[in-house]
Design a binder for this molecule. Structure first.
Ligand code: AHR
Length: 514
């Protein structure tokens, strides 16, 4: 049995939990849109052809925003193809995923879908094959009241009111040689700055994200961030980061340690942002949008090996194991622990493509993968309309550690603690999200709550199982289970975390804090 001790203190506050930290992403890729969310003729389809059963699964995650339409797809996309009468929309080759795009779903349909999901649409503009003018045309179509060329076109397409899209991404992964229209940092920085300025002239209320690095291993990281921000610092609100964790060495200890690279990626990107802030003598502090994150390694580069130009081929349908869910959980915890600088994030992606929600092909049943549960628990726990504050880690913690093939001193415990109002508990509460990285040993977690004057009514839910266990249609074996034994004694919460587990612990705290 491993033992870990942590201390929580209401005076050690890091930041409010931003609601936008629990966003997601849907790209025109594989079966995410077609045969995923959109399936006309399906018994559950609504009048627009969107599946209600898939929508319900999405609603259970309560994602506040959904990034769209890509991803790599966005860098070759003409938004005009996806608006207007469906029978007139062109079928195009999508070079990014070597697939056929029918354009039967475009921005008006997707905006309607987001409204049903109670999520904001976060739009990526094409800065790969297109530029300032097309981004402005799209913004005019989406956000301006009628009376101009593109806003009148929207009205003619049956959408009287502007969509009022607030969040805009200035291109996607422009640092990556795989990206259509890939650019150097200088080229991209100039283009992003000019696009941002022109877009803000049309709608000053929008919030803009400049594309940062596609992963921490890019040879251009973090110089890319510094150069891009030299150009865009005054004109954008966020810098984006992307990262997918994978089992690259085949060593489970390494795989489970991977979120340490996410932690370092964020710290280094923040340093690059602050370097530019200092250089510019700016008062503005740049915030991060981690707008693609997940575990993804089994289906990487799959598009290179398929028969090209298929319509909605089954691409990137990663099957998530228990080990994957634990790694996913550590990434989620890492984002929470950087809530002072990471203000938005998009789990990538939502349906069928590296996704928590799956549908069987040709309109088959919907089911939930292992990673659905950590995301749902963290997302829901932070959605009450009250305050939620991430508590800082403190130096007194004792956490046992291990060495793996490529990492040393990996903490067996990864955790984030959130202080919030809890309507169910009738007062204040602390929720702890925790992953036990040990494959074979349970962990006794002792959480010192004496700074709160103690705690009461401890609850413990855990997701655990064999490392290779997976869910499947009609076979959702991996889901959180209520755990017996969590209790508060002498101001300490004590609970046993199963080997290789994601845990959510909640405890009422006794002292009124504010
Ligand atoms: O999410 C899948 C792909 O991963 C996205 O299209 C791209 O932005 C990233 O490389």
């Amino acid at each position: 049995m491993l033992h870990a001790t942590i201390h929580l203190d209401p005076a050690y506050q890091l930041a409010d939990v931003p609601r936008e930290l629990f966003g997601s992403f849907i790209e025109h890729l594989g079966r995410a849109v077609y045969d995923g969310i959109y399936c006309p003729g399906h018994p559950t389809a609504d009048g627009q052809g969107f599946r209600r059963d898939v929508l319900e699964a999405i609603q259970a995650l309560q994602v506040p925003l959904i990034r769209y339409p890509g991803g790599n797809f966005a860098s070759g996309y003409r938004w005009e193809d996806g608006v207007g009468p469906k029978e007139k929309r062109p079928v195009r080759p999508d070079g990014a995923w070597r697939s056929r795009e029918s354009n039967q779903v475009g921005l008006n349909e997707f905006a309607g879908f987001c409204r049903s999901a109670d999520a904001e649409l976060m739009m990526t503009v094409n800065l790969g094959t297109r530029g300032v003018q097309e981004a402005c045309d799209l913004l005019e179509y989406c956000n301006l009241p009628d009376g101009t060329y593109f806003s009148d076109m929207r009205v003619a397409h049956g959408v009287k009111e502007p969509h009022g899209i607030k969040y805009w991404c200035l291109g996607n992964e422009m640092d990556g040689p795989w990206q259509t229209g890939h650019k150097t940092a200088e080229e991209y920085g100039r283009l992003a700055a000019e696009t941002a300025r022109a877009m803000r002239k049309l709608d000053p209320s929008i919030r803009l994200t400049a594309a940062g690095s596609s992963n921490p291993y890019m040879p251009t990281f973090p110089q890319w961030e510094a150069t891009v921000l030299e150009h865009t610092y005054d004109d954008v609100d966020f810098l984006s980061l992307h990262q997918y964790l994978g089992n690259s060495t085949g060593d489970m200890g390494d795989f489970l340690a991977q979120s340490l690279t996410t932690d370092r990626f964020i710290t280094d990107a923040v340093a690059a942002c602050d370097f530019v802030q200092a250089k510019k003598r700016s008062k503005k502090r740049m915030m991060l949008s981690f707008d693609e994150w997940n575990v993804w390694y089994k289906t990487m580069d799959q598009e290179q090996h398929i028969q090209p130009w298929q319509f909605a081929p089954p691409l990137l349908e990663e099957r998530y194991t228990m080990a994957d869910a634990a790694v996913f959980g550590t990434m989620l915890i890492t984002l929470l622990n950087h809530a002072d600088r990471v203000k938005m994030a998009c789990q990538a992606q939502l349906v069928n493509v590296i996704a928590p929600i799956m549908t069987e092909p040709n309109g088959g049943p919907v089911w939930r993968q292992s990673i659905f549960w950590p995301f749902r628990q963290a997302s829901l726990d932070n959605r009450w309309p009250a305050w939620h504050i991430v508590l800082r880690h403190d130096d007194r913690a004792y956490i046992p550690r291990y060495d793996s093939k490529n990492y040393t001193d990996v903490p067996y415990l990864e955790y984030a603690a959130v202080l919030h109002l809890d309507p169910d508990m009738g007062g204040d509460a602390v929720t702890i999200f925790a992953v036990n990285r040990s494959l074979d040993e349970p962990m006794l977690l002792d959480c010192d709550l004496t700074a709160f004057g103690g705690g009461k009514d401890a609850e413990h839910l855990a997701l655990y199982g064999p490392a290779e266990a997976v869910n499947g249609p009609g076979q959702e074996v991996l889901k959180p289970r209520a755990m017996a034994g969590a209790e508060v004694k002498d101001g300490h919460l004590q609970a046993q975390l199963p080997p290789l587990s994601w845990n959510m612990l909640r405890v009422g705290v006794e002292r009124k804090l504010f």
